[in-house]
Design a protein around this ligand. Structure first.
Ligand code: TXA
Ligand code: MG
Length: 315
């Protein structure tokens, strides 16, 4: 495994690995991704193997721009509008798979739909450009574990299973992309994420929530997910002496064995960017559990609370 700063040379090397059917980890604005050629079934199988991910989980396909995705995904007017407003950026769209698509079926777990996104991170963009194709990439962590927002997180979670990790510092958004399913008449919010629900509703109207009693439409919806290795206790006004404390805002009072504030000024964007890094730090500390202060549910707070609630589901 090689961890290398993203430079034109290392990005070109990463593109060569993708062409050869290998996998590479790279930064996006949301979290680090573990990428492979979306049209190469063997490359995508390597992603599943490295993550230890259940194979029914379809992956997000990343393109340089909407045009690059159009031969494989059917964009209706809603999709075009959302793409115009939010791409490049942290929004994934689930669209009908194009009849002429050559994306490997394993990438979409055999579904007749595909999740597509155009990332804004300069390294992700340079890699997509150098590769010239579509990159299937889930978050670069073992299945169910915390998402990686630094190259070090990727090393800790995946270690030697990845030949090359392109390092591009800490990710800025810190939460995975918001996922909107446009395969039916009523747009559905499959996952809260880096773009607040209200911003999307301003463009295409009300988003409905998926029927949780149906089949799993997005495994990001699996109850236990994004989980640190220590138990999480939510809406905690203080931490016990043997716990760590994940605080929010100026009102939170330090307590516990170790305490970290997601945002002292109560800024939800800053809190999202810090969320996984703070959880990584806390899970590595010598504590029995993580107490989490109440966090508002407006704007990005919805996605932050979603991740914490899934992390709190006991094994
Ligand atoms: O921010 C992100 O989206 C990051 C970066 C790397 O781009 N990627 C990411 O991928 O979070 P992953 O694999 O951890 O989550 C992908 C989610 C899963 O919940 C999956 O079920 C859903 O997207 N998904 C993918 N294709 C789908 C489809 N055809 N229908 C429904 N859900 C789909
Ligand atoms: Mg993930």
């Amino acid at each position: 495994m090689i961890v290398t700063t993203a430079t034109p040379e290392s990005i070109s090397r990463a593109a060569d690995l993708l062409h050869a059917g290998d996998i590479v980890a790279f930064p996006t604005e949301t979290v680090y991704g573990l990428g492979g050629d979306a049209r190469n079934a063997q490359a995508v199988a390597k992603i599943f193997a490295a993550k230890g991910r259940p194979s029914f989980n379809p992956l997000i396909v990343h393109g340089y721009n909407a045009e690059a995705l159009m031969p494989d995904a059917v964009f209706d007017s809603r999709a075009e509008e959302l793409a115009t407003h939010f791409w490049p950026g942290p929004l994934s769209l689930v669209l009908p798979l194009h009849a002429a698509s050559t994306i490997a079926p394993i990438t979409c777990a055999g579904l007749p739909s595909v999740a597509v996104r155009v990332p804004s991170h300069p390294v992700a963009r340079d890699l997509l450009k150098a590769f010239g194709g579509l990159i299937a990439a889930p978050s670069a962590n073992r299945s169910e574990q915390l998402s990686p927002t630094t190259p070090q997180h990727v090393v800790e979670s995946l270690g030697n299973t990845v030949p090359l990790i392109l390092a591009g510092g800490r990710t800025t958004v810190g939460l995975e992309s918001t996922i909107v399913d446009l395969t039916s008449e009523r747009p559905r919010l499959l996952r809260e994420g880096g773009i607040p629900r209200a911003d999307i509703e301003n463009v295409i109207g009300t988003l409905v929530l998926p029927d949780v009693h149906g089949t799993i439409v997005a495994p990001g919806m699996m109850k236990r997910h994004y989980a640190p290795s220590k138990p999480i206790r939510l809406t905690a006004t203080h931490a016990e002496p043997h716990e760590g404390y994940l605080m929010f805002g100026a009102a939170a009072k330090p307590s516990g064995k170790i305490f970290l504030n997601l945002s002292e000024s109560g800024d939800l964007t800053e809190a999202a960017a810090n969320l996984f890094a703070h959880l990584h730090t806390l899970q590595a500390a010598d504590i029995t559990g993580i107490a989490v202060a109440p966090i508002p549910t407006n704007g990005l707070g919805a996605a932050i609370n979603d991740r914490l609630q899934r992390g709190a589901v006991s094994q």
